[in-house]
Structure formats: C-alpha cells, structure tokens
Design a protein around this ligand. Structure first.
Ligand code: ZN
Length: 102
C-alpha cells in the first residue's frame, strides 16, 4: 500500500468514525438507546453480505474471522479484488478467485 493510499484510508477512517460518533451521540441525546446493535440501516455494507452495494449494485462480499465477519463491496472498496478469507482461502489454496466473475 502506497503512502498516498495510507493517507487516503486514514482520512476516510477519521471521516467515517467522526460522522458515526456525531450521529450516535445525537441519537442518544434524543432518546436513551434501548437496543444496542452494530447493524444500522444507514451502513452501506456492514451486515449486508450478499445484498447489492447501494453505490454500484455489486454483491457485498465478506471476510470471516473467528466469530466475526467484515463486509465490503469488491467494486467500490477493493478495486474489484475478492479479499482473502482465512477459512476459504486455506480450503481453496491455488483455486482462490482473484475476482468474482460477473
Ligand atoms: Zn459498490
């Protein structure tokens, strides 16, 4: 990853975390949060494995690790690459697809 990519990623992380901190702080001021959840309808890909990306319509992919999973759009967020999933890439080894056929 280049210095420019790292700077871009850092900026995006700060912007998204700031936006969500503000959003959840505002919501908690209005009403005490009764239901604590990490899945929110405003989130683009989190918790949406297999659903269409709201930006480009590609199927949201996932990386499974321990009991957690991370969701991403392979078109908007990884430049068309299917990211390594520890469980699946171990199983598939050389058959691991670099991208998903459309
Ligand atoms: Zn997308």
């Amino acid at each position: 990853m280049s210095r420019t990519e790292v700077a871009g990623l850092h900026g995006a992380v700060i912007a998204v975390l700031t936006e969500w901190t503000d959003r959840l702080t505002r919501a908690a001021r209005e009403k005490f949060p009764e239901k604590v959840t990490a899945f929110r309808p405003e989130m683009a890909v989190h918790g949406r494995f297999g659903s269409p990306c709201p930006v480009c319509g590609s199927k949201v992919e996932r990386i499974v690790y321990a009991e957690n999973e991370c969701n991403y759009c392979p078109k908007c967020q990884s430049g068309g690459r299917i990211l390594a999933d520890r469980a699946l890439s171990r199983l598939l080894k050389d058959d691991w697809p670099r991208s998903r056929p459309n």
